[in-house]
Design a protein. Structure first.
Length: 642
């Protein structure tokens, strides 16, 4: 079979951090003879070269190329391109990894859309990744119609014929931002770029030792010299005007303004801060016209104006004021309705721990501001004027993988008087809808944490949905929807909202029924359970005693369980009960109920479930303790908590 994809991995002293990368590449769903993996060892001095050589000796998909250290990732990637045989090449870093179906899905999507470049959905584990770009699939994307310029890391799939036709390669040598130069030119010269947003293809990982190249402090002069090369690419392939300004805005916003804001800027050593500011000021004055900064978000626009004027002290003062800005999110209601979970919350900005207030009317603020005080007043008036377009997002994030998905939010904007009436608070009230039947936005079982994301006044803040005080938190029941068991719950560590999908045991609350809740009519029994069940659902009732019987049962809307018992087979015994809510699923998990059924000559009677013996209880405690410890290890020390 012809090679469809060549995966190119530059390698330099990754140590054990390469193992997740290797494992993800070897378990790809693409047929083994349809892809190859090319590791380009850039002069590693650890045990990695021997590890890779041994891997190549036992797996025909793997090739290893050794070379002297070149100083950065550009040359290894170019060497990999020249050695590749695939129709497409995929660039992966040695401390990152892929989703199991990434190559198959990205290749098929690229072929279906005749794409020169395929951008797969990214997830950041301790690293920032674009969010808006992956909100939807974009089969025909370009820098004109999509925020492609937000994603300039090299982790893309690129048609090899496109690379050969254009001669496009990475800049080489000991330098920064080689990926910006390469990816920007690829976007601008490609006939089509396709963005796959409904499957997590790439996991961008921050190492525990913070040794990723992107986290090392850089020399400002060298860094911004390299950044100018990316700007040169934009100038080479665009005409002066709105498109060029919009592309330039990405570097102004991400690589310049954001580095000079809030605590991120203040935490730098004073001398380094000053040097960074001076280099940014030089680029802004030299390369950017007024059309680049004007459409920035308000806070970004303030910083850009101060930078343009060379006002270092006021940039520092504004960063000190801005470091007090935060977000608060209050959960107001969580309830099931017709098979979907509706989550109501209120969100607003705070400053120095109290609600942030704004001028009661937007007005027409003067621009540019003369000092930081005037900048803060201008910012407040401008934020009020834009409030009518503000909206929150609710994201559910998988605790194991960090994959996150947007869910629809209905929003009400409230202007709340504060103080003497000359100031107001700006409150966003949202009601999000989570549909467990929609696997495009809730694809897998596991633990999902709820986050609220708000963009307002130029700040984009994200926070867990909580904390919720125990005495005032909505406690919705578990639900059985579309063959999935979903339990909303409040985490112990953060008292924030999370969803347990397909994993919950006793937390479901099914053990709460008492014998008096069970109705018996001949061979039929019924019991009302604390479950949300939108439609009639088939389940399985297990009766355990000397042996076991699995009895078909149904859950009716409202959570009533009904079953017809084979009384003749059960006579003379007491039977413990357990319920499987998803008998047609891949794993039949039975949830014990706190009632037992005693079947005698006088019929069926519900009694309390017998408690297990002392040794059995001890065994269960040990198993639970081991499970908790292993769970914390697997989740990285219990990240997120329950």
């Amino acid at each position: 079979m012809p090679v469809k994809v060549s995966v190119i991995v530059p390698v330099y002293n990754p140590g054990p951090y390469i193992e997740d990368c290797v494992a993800s590449l070897l378990r790809q769903s693409l047929p083994p003879d349809a892809y190859e993996v090319i590791f380009v060892d850039d002069g590693s001095t650890d045990a990695t070269p021997a590890r890779l050589d041994a891997l190549a000796a036992e797996d025909p998909r793997v090739r290893v190329i050794h070379q002297e250290n070149s100083g950065w990732s550009g040359k290894p990637r170019n060497v990999g391109i020249d050695a590749a045989r695939g129709e497409y090449v995929m660039f992966v870093d040695n401390d990152d990894h892929l989703g199991d179906e990434a190559l198959e899905r990205m290749y098929a999507y690229g072929v279906a859309n005749d794409a020169d470049v395929v951008v797969g959905k990214m997830v950041g584990r301790g690293r920032g990744v674009p969010v808006e770009l992956f909100r939807v699939n974009r089969p025909k994307a370009s820098v004109e119609n999509a925020p492609l310029i937000d994603s300039l890391t090299p982790h893309k799939m690129v048609r090899r014929a496109f690379l050969e036709r254009t001669g496009l390669r990475f800049p080489e040598g000991r330098r920064r931002l080689e990926d910006h130069v390469f990816v920007t030119e690829a976007y601008l010269r490609a006939d089509n770029v396709s963005v796959l947003g409904d499957y997590v293809c790439y996991y961008h990982v921050r190492r525990d030792d913070d040794a990723n190249a992107g986290f090392q402090r850089f020399d400002p002069a060298g860094y911004f010299k390299n950044l100018r090369e990316a700007l040169d690419v934009v100038e080479r392939y665009t005409e002066p005007g709105p498109l060029r300004d919009r592309l330039f805005r990405r570097w102004l916003r991400v690589e310049m303004v954001e580095r000079l804001r809030g605590r991120r800027f203040l935490n730098l050593p004073e001398g380094y801060r000053k040097e960074l500011f001076e280099e940014i000021h030089a680029v802004v004055v030299e390369r950017f016209g007024p059309g680049v900064a004007a459409p920035l978000q308000p806070t970004q626009r303030v910083v850009a104006a101060l930078v343009t004027d060379g006002r270092y002290d006021e940039v520092v003062a504004f960063a000190e004021w801005e470091s007090g800005v935060a977000l608060t999110v209050d959960p107001e209601d969580v309830r099931w309705q017709d098979g979907v979970l509706r989550i109501a919350f209120a969100a607003e900005l705070t400053h120095d721990g109290g609600p942030m207030t704004f001028p009661a009317s937007g007005g027409s603020p003067q621009w540019p501001p003369k000092d930081v005080g005037e900048a803060v007043r201008w910012l407040g008036e401008d934020t009020v004027g834009r409030f009518g377009r503000a909206r929150p997002d609710l994201l559910l994030r998988d605790r194991a993988s960090a994959a996150q998905y947007f869910h629809p939010v209905e929003v009400v904007r409230e202007t709340v008087p504060a103080g003497d009436g000359s100031r107001v608070r700006l409150v966003l009230r949202g009601t999000a809808t989570v549909d467990p039947a929609d696997r495009a936005v809730l694809p897998g079982d596991g633990l999902w944490d709820a986050y609220v994301r708000v963009g307002l006044g130029g700040w984009t803040k994200e926070l867990r949905l909580g904390p919720a005080p125990r005495h005032d938190r909505p406690e919705p029941p578990a639900a059985v929807v579309a063959g999935r068991v979903v339990l909303p719950y409040w985490t112990d560590r953060h008292t924030s909202l999370a969803l347990d999908i397909g994993r919950a045991g006793k937390r479901l609350g099914l053990g709460r029924p008492v014998p008096g809740d069970v109705t018996v009519a001949g061979e039929r029994i019924g019991v009302d359970l604390r479950l949300h069940v939108p439609v009639r659902t088939g389940v399985l009732l297990r009766l355990s005693g000397p042996g076991s019987h699995d009895v078909p049962a149904v859950l009716l809307p409202g959570g009533r369980l009904e079953a017809s018992l084979p009384v003749a087979d059960l006579a003379g015994r007491t039977w413990r009960t357990a319920l499987c809510l998803t008998p047609d699923g891949p794993q039949a998990r039975f949830h014990p109920l706190a009632v037992a059924l005693r079947v005698g000559a006088d019929g069926v009677r519900a009694v309390p479930a017998p408690r297990p013996g002392g040794l059995r209880r001890l065994g269960r405690r040990v198993r639970r303790a081991v499970h908790r410890v292993l769970g914390r290890v697997v989740r990285g020390g219990g990240r997120g908590g329950r």
